[in-house]
Design a protein around this ligand. Structure first.
Ligand code: G6P
Length: 420
């Protein structure tokens, strides 16, 4: 098996390499190619990954390249984890939102939209390369906003595509910690979009314990990382579902904007500092395993979900994973080619979404509205359409329609976007 990692110079790459080392035999791994456009970064990250692979007994070959076609050619899996505009672009996205009094987070609100519009044209180039050079490869997309970018890849004609996010597994891990049990004993009924999902049911050993969990969340004694602790208890009980942490931006928008405004550094600036420190560690020739400091980045379990998914596909395990995939009729009221984040059965050459059907009105309104925003953004990015981008922003619940035009013009100027 050959895996190409596009954006292989990411400081996350050692996390993925660690998971691949642990599971190399299971997935017949022969070759991993880290590809990046940043030569300096690739050298540091790639050399460190090479040391990790050698230290672990060289179970597969690791190559680094600046040539995307070289990386993609003949791959079985293409992992996309790019950040167009780098952290400085993310910083500008956050500031763009804040100067209009809005959320500029990298995946939600106007920040997510700016990032998507920068990313979609690059994704098209990657998709075109893959069609020519690795037509049977599976795409595993981590590039944020993950669901939206996955939808764009699907609409560019990539047939084998899965978008991944660590939020569903993060919730399972939090619940397991809270209930002091093995995560394998927890099952969740999850529905929504990427960074806009809800756990509708929690099962432990097959028993429905949702009510108990909601009660403990309302009493502020629930799993520590689940954000109901910040909501009004009556709201938590009325909702009756566990919302993804990113729903804070929708359920507590003003508080979140105030929080972002009060911070002396943006998350992008914090991450730049974390990355500088990580790159120093990676440069140390005696460092041969993944450092603990990597955990300061938010991507916990990123490697686990990627490797488990690859294993399920490669070995036709037909396991259930919560993934971003085209809806294919699973959720009523969402088009077949719009992506959703739901459980699916993952096998060798097939993804079968589990039927969801009707989604409760208390969450479906927001889900459908954000989906409309995402799809319009995909179309705007693929067509370079100003009008579609304007309608996308107007549909985004985190941007008042009245501000859409001025924010879009600011976004275009800030990032030199090409929309007409
Ligand atoms: C979480 C999110 C990801 C995000 C990651 C890193 O895992 O689900 O979408 O990329 O955190 O966030 P950070 O702020 O550390 O870059």
């Amino acid at each position: 098996m050959k895996i190409a990692v596009i954006g292989g110079g990411s400081t996350y790459a050692p996390e993925l390499i660690d998971g691949l080392i642990r599971n190399a035999e299971k997935i017949d791994l022969k070759e991993v190619v880290l590809m990046d456009i940043d030569a300096e970064r690739l050298k540091v990250v790639g050399t460190f990954c090479e040391r990790m692979v050698a230290h672990a007994g060289r179970k597969f070959e690791l190559k680094c390249t600046l040539d995307r076609t070289d990386a993609i050619k003949g791959s079985d899996f293409i992992v996309t984890q790019i950040r167009v505009g780098k952290q400085i672009g993310r910083h500008k996205d956050i500031k763009l939102g804040l100067r209009h009094g809005l959320v500029g987070q990298e995946t939600t609100g106007v920040g997510g939209m700016a990032k998507a519009l920068r990313t979609i044209p690059v994704m098209r180039e990657i998709a075109d390369d893959a069609k020519r050079l690795a037509p049977d490869a599976w795409f595993i997309n981590f590039t944020n906003p993950s669901g939206l970018i996955t939808e764009s890849l699907h609409k560019m004609g990539v047939k084998k595509i899965v978008g991944l996010c660590n939020i569903p597994i993060g919730i399972i891990m939090d619940l397991a910690l809270h209930l002091q049990c093995d995560p394998d004993r927890i099952k969740i009924d999850f529905v929504g979009l990427n960074h806009l999902g809800w756990v509708r049911k929690v099962y432990m050993n097959g028993q429905d314990i949702t009510e108990k969990i909601i009660e403990s969340l309302a009493d502020r004694k629930g799993p520590a990382n689940i954000p109901e602790l910040e909501y009004d208890p009556r709201f938590t009980k009325a909702l009756g579902f566990i919302p993804s942490p990113y729903l804070r931006y929708f359920y507590a928008t003003e508080t979140m904007v105030r929080n972002l405004q009060s911070k002396t550094k943006t998350r992008a600036e914090e991450v730049m500092e974390i990355e500088d420190a990580l790159l120093k560690i990676y440069s140390d020739p005696t460092q041969v395993t993944k450092p603990a400091e990597l955990e300061q980045r938010g991507g916990a379990f990123y490697s686990k979900i990627a490797v488990d998914l690859i294993d399920s596909i490669w070995n036709d395990k037909r396991e259930e994973h919560i993934v971003n995939v085209p809806n294919q009729g699973a959720v009523w009221g969402i088009e077949d080619d719009q992506t959703v984040e739901i459980p699916a059965i993952i096998g060798r050459d097939k993804i079968e979404v589990k039927p969801v059907g009707h989604v409760e009105p208390k969450i479906f309104g927001l889900m459908a509205q954000v989906k409309a925003y995402e799809t319009l953004t995909v179309e705007a990015g693929m067509e370079g359409s100003y009008d579609k981008a304007l309608m996308a922003l107007a549909a985004n619940p985190l941007c008042p329609t009245e501000l859409a035009r001025v924010v879009l013009d600011d976004m275009i100027e800030t990032h030199g976007l090409k929309l007409s």
